[in-house]
Design a protein around this ligand. Structure first.
Ligand code: JF8
Length: 226
């Protein structure tokens, strides 16, 4: 899989070198590159924004520079183009799974009040385009949201170290939150590891974990049970 990100702050993506993405890159499983949007400006100030038509607060990212950047990064390819925006469809595990099957992803990361909507409309004519949000809160730009999405997608790729077992466990508990986990020591600051987990009775342990998942889901995410 090839992944490109376009941003005025490409340095945000250096965290991906630290996580499993780094390993997936070293093994040649993914090719990732972060691009500086300002590389496609022509003026001395490297301007990327202007005032909004219709008035209002803040600045809007100009279509011309975005058009050149995406043309260049998508040349000779048919990528899925992802626009991170708080006004997007909610990014879910299902969407991560869908995107993990694609050959080429381009993340377009806005700042300020976002990107001129004609950029989405224009590239939607030739490419699969998605406007996605990671949740109902407001960030200052699309970079952090893109990093979260990239990590969620790349860990699903077949051949990413350690993914086979953990992905199987995840699909097993689908629709519920994960059960709580414990490790050594058995007693810590007066708190004990639940007895069932020490019993060695695999059926009992599975039953206990299932019940814990249900209780946790009921408490933290009742919407998932309905
Ligand atoms: C932005 C561009 C986002 N869940 C989310 N909250 N905020 C954002 C976001 C994304 C792009 C821009 N401000 C300017 C906020 C996502 N995805």
């Amino acid at each position: 899989m090839r992944i490109d990100a376009i941003s005025i702050f490409p340095e945000f993506f250096s965290v991906l070198d630290l996580s499993l993405i780094g390993k997936a890159r070293e093994s040649g499983l993914i090719a990732f590159k972060a691009h500086n949007l300002r590389d496609w400006t022509n003026d001395v100030h490297k301007t990327v924004d202007d005032t909004p038509y219709g008035g209002g607060a803040g600045m809007v990212m100009m279509p011309e520079v975005w058009g050149k950047a995406i043309d260049s990064v998508a040349a000779g390819s048919k990528p899925v183009i992802i626009f991170t925006t708080p006004a997007g469809e909610l990014f879910t595990q299902q969407i991560a799974q869908e995107l993990s099957t694609k050959e080429h992803l381009v993340f377009a990361c806005g700042r300020y009040e976002g990107i001129d909507q004609r950029v989405v409309e224009h590239f939607g004519k030739d490419f699969e385009v998605r406007e996605l949000s990671i949740g109902d809160y407001v960030l200052n730009g699309g970079e952090v949201a893109s990093v979260a999405m990239i990590e969620a997608i790349v860990r699903l790729l077949p051949g990413v170290v350690g993914n086979a077992e953990s992905l199987e466990e995840e699909s097993f508990s689908e629709g519920q939150l994960e059960y709580p986990s414990y490790t050594k020591p058995q007693s810590w600051r007066g708190l004990e590891v639940p007895e069932t987990l020490l019993s060695g009775h695999h059926a009992e342990i599975a039953k206990w974990r299932n019940e814990q998942s249900r209780l946790r889901t009921q408490k933290n995410r009742p919407d998932l049970l309905k």
